[in-house]
Write a protein of this length. Structure first.
Length: 141
């Protein structure tokens, strides 16, 4: 017997086929909004840079907490966000890759390692230029 998958913590809504919920409407951006289920059980809507805006109960918002009965619109298109949460998309479909609003934690060890390799590369290129290119370019005539 297959174990049902838990609902995703975030659901990307937009016109792009990469979204979890695809809405084919001219006023819906490719990546329009993100619905997130927060740890305390509340539901948040976040506009992710849409052209026509995200509206909750007729008011344009960048981020808002959704409550039962709130009317959500992407541009002029109404969205039944409660139905989306009742029937969430499968976790394997849609945007398996992180969305643009996903942040990765800053890893200082990895950053220091990268910075070290960049410094070594600059020193190697500088040495090549100093010992091989400089004498050839600046020859005494």
């Amino acid at each position: 017997m297959a174990v049902p998958h838990p609902p995703k913590r975030t659901i990307l809504i937009g016109r792009s086929s990469e979204c979890d919920v695809v809405i084919n409407h001219p006023e819906v951006s490719g990546r329009h909004a993100l619905i997130s289920l927060l740890p305390d059980g509340t539901v948040e809507i976040k506009d992710v840079g849409s052209k026509n805006g995200t509206f909750v109960n007729g008011m344009k918002v960048l981020t808002a907490i959704l409550k039962t009965g709130d009317k959500l619109s992407l541009g002029s298109h109404s969205v039944d966000w409660e139905e989306i949460l009742r029937n969430p998309p499968p976790p394997t479909g849609g945007s398996g890759s992180p969305t643009r609003v996903t942040r990765t934690p800053f890893n200082t060890k990895r950053s220091a390692n990268t910075l070290l390799w960049v410094a070594v590369a600059v020193l190697v290129v500088g040495a090549i230029l100093w010992f091989f290119v400089r004498p050839w370019v600046f020859q005494a005539k």
